[in-house]
Write a protein that binds this ligand. Structure first.
Ligand code: ADP
Length: 409
């Protein structure tokens, strides 16, 4: 049983988790022991005088328009809100600042305490993550200046997938070109895939080493992974987060020759095609909206594009599940997570349908029950257990930060 809030031990230390993007900074103050988000928020439209901040503390959301010309201004707004509205960062005893970094390339297979050399490494990876790493570097530089007395830790989205076998991460292109330009599969959402695969073992009270799990992280971005005994052996994202599953606005897998075709025959520039495939494709491209709640409303109203979008999404997921069954040879658990995976019973039902002969089934009544808890939705005795396991990337970053700081301290 969970302790009531009165009985729950007060946080003795906390970790400030920062996810700095190109024009936004998300933050969460986490109690790594209890797993609670003490406060959280987001600053958006950095670079504009019409920026916004939203800060959540003790069930109250404070929203304001703010002048945020740069990341420094954004983080100062956040600090002012902590002072004005709470919680006091001094009382919260912040022992580390954990930074989410999307691309760690082949350099990082776990979290690292940030020093000047690490900042340069993350900057050096900008060609591999032009949309993400510049914002991370700016966020880290500003946060280090504002919190000079606590260690800062970088936690990489790619780290968990550094264990992928060569056969899984190698693209079959000219080896010299690939080596020279770092062209290989890195995988993303690793913090979530690692957290969820460990949660599966914890919830089932089984040794992680004994479990083979397929994790389906279905958010606005979406990715699948195959995890053997806690070690990632396959994942759907590649050099960038564009590869793999159909996503909210990204195409996922396509024939790469579509790029040449659009360039040569539709006269589209490389930047336009980049924008098309990353921002105007996926569910949005097919249905006109990338929120699954709207998608289902459109399907119910007879919208043909929405029906096709859902069919394509489900079909792609089934293909990945089938291929990961073959890659792993034996699968114990399929775990759904993230916004769609945790909340969308229709997607889960459609994806799991017709797989009985493979030992995969769900109880459709249990599947329809909403709950924030990790739970099993397959009937007792099915060969492969199907679960919903809520992800918590901020908590995972906070815990990894604390662990590495403790290990070095
Ligand atoms: P990300 O972190 O990639 O932005 P999330 O994991 O927060 O994404 O997932 C966001 C998506 O989850 C939304 O775009 C929406 O499609 C989907 N979603 C959220 N809540 C529900 C719900 N109740 N039912 C169906 N889909 C939902």
């Amino acid at each position: 049983m969970n302790p009531t809030s009165d009985e729950r031990p007060r946080a003795t230390s906390s970790v400030l988790v920062i996810n700095a993007g190109s024009s936004s900074v998300k933050y969460q103050l986490v109690d790594p022991a209890g797993g609670e988000a003490i406060a959280s928020g987001i600053v958006e439209k950095i670079g504009s005088s019409e920026g916004s901040v939203s800060h959540k503390f003790e069930g109250t959301k404070t929203q304001r328009t703010v002048d945020v010309p740069d990341h420094g201004a954004a983080l100062r707004v956040v600090l002012d809100l902590f002072s004005e509205i709470g919680p006091s960062l001094a009382d919260a005893n912040v022992v580390a600042v954990g930074h989410r970094v999307v691309q760690g390339g082949s350099l990082f297979s776990g979290p690292v305490v940030i020093d000047d050399a690490i900042v340069e490494d993350i900057r050096g990876l900008i060609p591999l993550a032009p949309l993400h790493n510049p914002g991370h570097v700016r966020g880290i530089e500003v946060a280090r200046a504002l919190f000079p007395d606590v260690p800062h830790v970088a936690v990489f989205d790619t780290a968990f997938f550094q264990t992928l076998p060569e056969a899984a991460y190698t693209y079959a292109i000219d080896a010299e070109v690939a080596r020279e330009h770092g062209v290989r599969r890195y995988g993303f959402h690793g913090t979530s895939h690692e957290y969820v695969s460990k949660e599966v073992a914890r919830v089932l009270d089984r040794p992680l080493e004994d479990l083979n799990t397929i994790v389906l992280h279905l958010g606005n971005g979406a990715s699948a992974s195959a995890v053997r005994g806690g070690v990632a052996v396959e994942t759907s994202m590649g050099l960038t987060p564009l590869e793999g599953l159909v996503m909210g606005t990204r195409s996922g897998d396509i024939d790469p020759a579509i790029v040449f075709h659009l360039h040569r025959n539709a006269g589209m520039s490389i930047d336009e095609i980049d924008d098309l495939l990353n921002k105007r494709s996926g569910i949005l491209g097919l249905a006109g909206d990338n929120d699954f709640r709207t998608l289902h409303e459109l399907v119910a109203a007879g919208h043909e594009g929405a029906r096709l979008a859902l069919d394509v999404y489900v079909h792609r997921l089934k293909k990945y599940i089938g291929s990961y069954l073959a890659v792993l040879g034996r699968v114990d658990v399929i775990a759904f997570t993230a916004g769609v995976g945790e909340n969308d019973e229709i997607v889960r039902r459609l994806v799991m349908r017709g797989l009985t002969d493979l030992g995969i089934e769900i109880d459709e009544v249990v599947n329809d029950v909403r709950s924030p808890e990790a739970r099993t939705i397959s009937p007792e005795g099915t060969k492969i257990r199907v679960m919903i396991v809520p992800t918590n990337e901020e908590l995972a970053i906070a815990r990894q930060s604390l662990e590495i700081v403790g290990a070095q301290g």
